[in-house]
Ligand binder design. Sequence first.
Ligand code: NAP
Length: 306
Amino acid sequence: MADINNVIIIGSGPAGYTAAIYAARANLKPILVSGFQPGGQLTITTDVENYPGYEDPIQGPWLMEQMQKQAAHVGTEIINSQVTEVFLNEKVKKLNLDNGKTLNAKTVIISTGAQARWLGLENESKFQGHGLSACATCDGFFFKDKEVAVIGGGNSAAEEALFLTKFATKVYLIHRRDKLRAEKILQDRLNENSKIEFIWNSEVTKFKGNDDLESIDLLNKKDNKSSNLKIDGVFIAIGHDPATQLFKGQLMMDDGGYIITDPDSTKTSIDGVFAAGDVKDKIYRQAVTAAGMGCMAALEVEKYLD
Ligand code: NAP
């Protein structure tokens, strides 16, 4: 019989590394499987100004490298591989990796995160961090006294647009239909805010600029007319996809595929399986909240093993 580990952590964002740091310091000898994008969503951002502990802005990839080194330093075994199959319902959990190995563990912490949906247009990745973002809370501050646009019509788009009015002189809300799906109270706030201007029935067809984003081409789907809008920043808010495909049919999830946990806890529907970070959180989605949940998960694992 292969070794039975105390805890295996799946995913290497702030939730995973924080869980690893706490579990290692509790002498649990954790194993962390880093996944296909080691470091997670922060590795595709640039300046981070809202992670506590740093006076000056830091770089997202640097922050994740530090977390990885800290987790390793306190005794985490980090495996750069991907989990391809999980068997969570047994007392001893079994995880198959893409390197052909199988890991066994008494507990599993799932911190596989989520990914913002992007429009899938040419140039989109080039402008990420250069005028194009999927997180107003993270990057809104950099658009003080500038003109920005938010793409989407849900609660996230409405909240991001309202948040951005604190910095920007003007916020366009560009939606592909003529009706928002955001809650009525948010719609009322948008309508009452003089900095917000709606652009209805429209889709972005092109991002333009040299190094930084300078303008976007729009297509009005009602009259089929194209236009160009000069803009300093664009925030895509068309939803997120949690990375939970692997756990479908085993763990309880909500309609959006987010893992359901007990209130004020990281416990999932299966004993010994815990979930932390964006994989279970569609509201806050911050590095610091994910890290906090990673800490909770490790403490709950410790208690479970006791
Ligand atoms: P969402 O509710 O799924 O809304 C996504 C929006 O993006 C929709 O308006 C959709 O248009 C649009 N969209 C999707 N794909 C697009 C594309 N390719 N091009 C252009 N537009 C596109 O996503 P969300 O706003 O991120 O919210 C996700 C969940 O979290 C929801 O359940 C929401 O209620 C919840 N949430 C709650 C709060 C809160 O309670 N404070 C805050 C944020 C989010 P259509 O309308 O035409 O489909």
